[in-house]
Design a protein around this ligand. Sequence first.
Ligand code: T5A
Length: 209
Amino acid sequence: MAGVFLTFEGGEACGKTTLIQGVFKELENRNLPVLSVREPGGTHLGENIRKTLLSTKEHIIPMAELCLFLAARAQHIHEVIRPAMDENKVILCDRFNDSTIAYQGFGRRLGPKEVAHFCNYISSGLTPHLTLYLDIAPEEAFKRVSTRKQDRIELESMEFHRRIREGYFSMAAQEPNRLHIIDATKTPQEVLEDALAHINEVLLLYGMG
Ligand code: T5A
């Protein structure tokens, strides 16, 4: 398996979609074979699970929530990510295992170690070559989308969202070579430049620079 697997992480409305669009354009302009995907989603099953997980009409207990995110991921890896890796693509993935550890492990208090164990099991050794965590205080991020209807997870308490941020900090401290913190309070152009500095290094390392 070749290819380069890049993941983008953060709390709600931190700017991942905006950044991924910028990175995608930049890599496409360089004629690199780039693919943009998101979790949960990316497959028929995954998109259905996404609707259920984000619906405000559902009451989902934390363990069931964890299993649903993992089910969507298992399908996504099998149907989309591994085939794209085999085709030597650069994959830009909006959320992956770190989201599950941050949200279900720290946020829902299922335990980061326990959740990481499940994540490693279902992704069987698929680790991102680089992960960019877009950091912004949840209070600030929510101001950006104050007019938008909130989904089931966005509606959680500010304490929940703060635990997620702390969780990301703790993971970044444990894996500083893979997980880099980007200041997401900067302008979209500055965030893109900071992200590309890290991405270029990794692409160079894997012969795509
Ligand atoms: N989840 C997911 C789990 O709990 N466990 C898991 O294992 C996984 C995989 C997914 C939800 O599921 C949870 C996490 C989430 O709660 P989602 O809709 O995909 O749901 O949620 P998000 O990933 O948070 O997506 P958002 O669309 O809410 O946020 P983005 O993509 O981070 O932000 P973006 O780019 O859409 O920007 C939001 C707003 O900010 C502006 C944009 O124009 C936009 O209006 N913006 C900026 N403004 C100022 N400065 C910048 N630098 C800006 N960048 C963007």
